[in-house]
Design a protein around this ligand. Structure first.
Ligand code: CTP
Ligand code: CA
Length: 231
């Protein structure tokens, strides 16, 4: 199989993967979250490990277990993920940001549980979270480092999935962006995936449909290829 131990093309490489969905607290029992299962990021971490890499996984509320041999750093919020990524980015050859990170968090976290009486919570004021990917892509600390982002996109009035993805690839500064079409029935959870790889100049490389393992190995194949051609 393509995932056999004969294919150790990431031996000697350090790989950092983010996965899962961050949670932003509202009060002691409530949070703003998203539907990410963490499966795609965990599949990437597992595939990189099988291919010989030393893998660190920064996981936010993963719904699947971390395979043996992978160093898991659990986090909850985007700010915690940011701190963990900044700590590990300088020692990582390859960074793959598969996590669904909350763009905003509540400005005030209530110290006690909000009640539904007249004093209850009807509005939540939000403030922007740090953009972790943009931060590490613009402040690179390691020569030759390869950074891959993910973009969960839906088509809308202002553009198609691919159009949004190409614009994001050019904006975010990651070397590669894996564009993933999401809806309530695709992309998240235990369903096959279609992803399209785009470079930071907006060049569309290729698309792959398959299981999250197929997608993981396809992304790693492209990463290995780019690292070998970059020198
Ligand atoms: N990301 C990040 N930090 C954030 C938000 C996103 O590191 N605060 C990363 C994600 O892990 C993903 C990539 O950026 O790899 C793209 O995330 P996405 O939500 O698709 O892009 P945004 O730039 O947040 O744009 P928007 O949500 O407006 O589409
Ligand atoms: Ca976002």
């Amino acid at each position: 199989a393509s995932t056999s131990t004969a294919h150790q093309d990431l031996t000697g490489r350090t790989v950092l993967v983010t996965a899962g969905g961050t949670r932003e607290p509202i009060d002691p029992v409530r949070f703003l979250g998203n539907r990410s299962s963490g499966r795609q990021g965990v599949a990437i971490a597992a595939a990189a490990h099988r291919r010989g890499a030393t893998v660190t996984l920064i996981g936010a509320h993963l719904t699947v277990p971390t395979p043996p041999g992978i160093d898991l750093i659990p986090v909850t919020t985007a700010e915690q993920m940011h701190t963990a990524v900044l700590a590990h980015a300088p020692s990582s050859d390859i960074i793959i940001m598969a996590a669904a990170v909350a763009d905003y968090r509540p400005i005030h976290v209530l110290p006690t549980k909000a009640k539904k009486d007249g004093t209850g919570l009807t509005h939540i004021e939000l403030t922007a979270n740090p953009d972790i990917l943009a931060d590490i892509a613009t402040n690179r600390r390691r020569a030759g480092q390869l950074i891959v982002g993910f973009a969960a996109e839906t088509g809308d009035d202002t553009g198609s999935v691919i159009e949004h993805g190409i614009a994001k690839a050019q904006r975010k500064g990651a070397d590669l962006l894996a564009i993933n079409e999401v809806g309530t029935h695709t992309g998240f959870g235990d369903v096959p995936n279609t992803i399209t790889l785009v470079t930071n100049t907006g060049q569309v490389l290729d698309s792959i449909s398959g299981t999250k393992d197929d997608v993981a190995n396809h992304i790693l194949n492209t990463v290995v290829h780019l690292l070998s051609t970059d020198g």
